[in-house]
Design a protein around this ligand. Structure first.
Ligand code: AMP
Length: 297
């Protein structure tokens, strides 16, 4: 496994590849969720490039950029064991040299949910992801369902800007109690960690009510609210159900609608996010590819 931290080294490694390349962009502090993306990229491509970069432009000044967990040695061990070819670990000045002033922005899809609560976040994400797509010239890029708005936004960007890459969504990997794995889970105290599975219960409650025939979105959102209220430590930023393709809110779900239930919740010092497609049976690799990915080149 080659670990490269300059563009010249990355391009040298890249030039030695023949066949398809799978890209897995990450911010490091890797867990089994990330490794599942890497494993899938390994299976579907001749070569795998993983990037580790805590991208400053996707954090606002009041967020956890400085505190964000970093553990490069452990990350490299995991990636080596997973059979990765190249790990790209640029620093800030390589990605944003003096005089940098070009940004990529997806308009409507980034207005609500995470975009509504983290101004500038998606502009940072789409900018760095475009740069990584250009630098690696990968054929497929792997992203987790956990960041569903990120997936839908990147899919739109790839389509709008004619970027020749397949966006492959991968299912959210969960702890045994249902908590989505996240680098930020280390911020939780033992007591908070015990309560954090409430996020998953909120999503399950909405999906169950939908399965039982409830189609009124306000009622489904009230069920989410009632479920989060069972925890004394969880403070939601938002909890909502939107059209999964447009991320627009709606009053009632048609029977053939595909919905995205999502939430961001503060527990202690951690801000956790999670989501689920509704109906719940769509939360499979095929369902995600159809509704969050871009299966066609
Ligand atoms: P991050 O390092 O948090 O920016 O995540 C890098 C990639 O891993 C993103 O595409 C995330 O959606 C994905 N990811 C993070 N956590 C999980 C998880 N629990 N299951 C699946 N994918 C995940």
């Amino acid at each position: 496994m080659q670990v490269v931290n300059s563009i010249a080294m990355l391009q040298h490694s890249r030039a030695g590849f023949s066949g398809s390349i799978g890209l897995v962009p990450t911010m490091g502090a890797l867990h089994q969720g990330h490794i599942t993306l890497v494993d899938r990229a390994r299976t579907e491509n001749d070569h795998v490039i993983v990037t580790i970069f805590v991208n400053p432009t996707q954090f606002s000044p009041d967020e956890d950029l400085a505190a964000y967990p970093r553990n490069l040695d452990a990350d490299l061990e995991k990636l080596e064991a997973a059979g990765v070819d190249v790990v790209f670990t640029p620093n800030n000045s390589l990605m944003y040299p003096d005089g940098y002033q070009t940004y990529v922005e997806v308009a409507d899809l980034t207005r609500n949910l995470e975009g509504g609560h983290r101004p500038g976040h998606f502009r940072g994400v789409t900018t760095i992801v475009t740069k990584l797509f250009n630098l690696t010239q990968a054929h497929r890029a792997y992203f987790g369902q956990k960041d569903a708005q990120q997936l839908v936004t990147i899919r739109r960007m790839v389509h709008d800007l004619n970027i020749p890459i397949e966006v492959i969504p991968c299912m959210t990997v969960r702890e045994i109690d249902g908590l989505a794995m996240s680098s930020r889970n280390v911020y939780l105290s033992a007591k908070e960690r015990g309560e954090a599975a409430v996020l998953y219960r909120v999503l399950q409650a909405a999906a169950r009510a939908y399965d039982d025939g409830e189609r009124n979105i306000k009622t489904l959102e009230t069920i989410m609210q009632d479920t989060i209220n069972t925890s004394s430590v969880a403070e939601p930023d938002y909890m909502s159900i939107v059209n999964a393709a447009t991320l627009e809110s709606l009053e009632r779900a048609d029977d053939d609608a595909v919905l995205l239930a999502s939430l961001a919740v503060k527990i202690g010092h951690a801000r956790l996010i999670d989501n689920m497609l509704i109906p719940g049976y769509l939360n499979t690799p095929e369902g995600l590819l159809a509704h969050l990915g871009n299966p066609q080149r």
